[in-house]
Design a protein. Structure first.
Length: 92
């Protein structure tokens, strides 16, 4: 399937809103299997758009988590420590 820039932008925006690929396919009128397969394919433009959207939301949430940890939230401090361990374990 060919994806226009507008469609890729819609996929990214819905991914930012934490919609799943099946939900996005229903909203955009795209065959669910096709979209899910395309998102699962490394290097596919639909995957790039989806990952960019979810990553943007993850970054925003982690910034908020970081800010609340700095402010002294015990839960946020613990969660930041966990995320740091995950990040460090992924590089080696």
């Amino acid at each position: 399937m060919d994806y226009s820039n507008d469609l890729l932008s819609e996929i990214e925006n819905h991914a930012r809103e934490m919609m799943t690929p099946p939900e996005i396919s229903a909203l955009l009128g795209i065959d669910e299997r096709q979209l899910c397969d395309d998102i699962a394919t490394v290097g596919h433009p639909a995957r790039t758009a989806y990952i960019r959207g979810t990553s943007t939301t993850a970054l925003e949430l982690r910034r908020t988590l970081h800010d609340t940890a700095i402010a002294g939230s015990p839960y946020s401090i613990q969660e930041c420590q966990r995320l740091l361990q995950v990040a460090q374990s992924s590089i080696g």
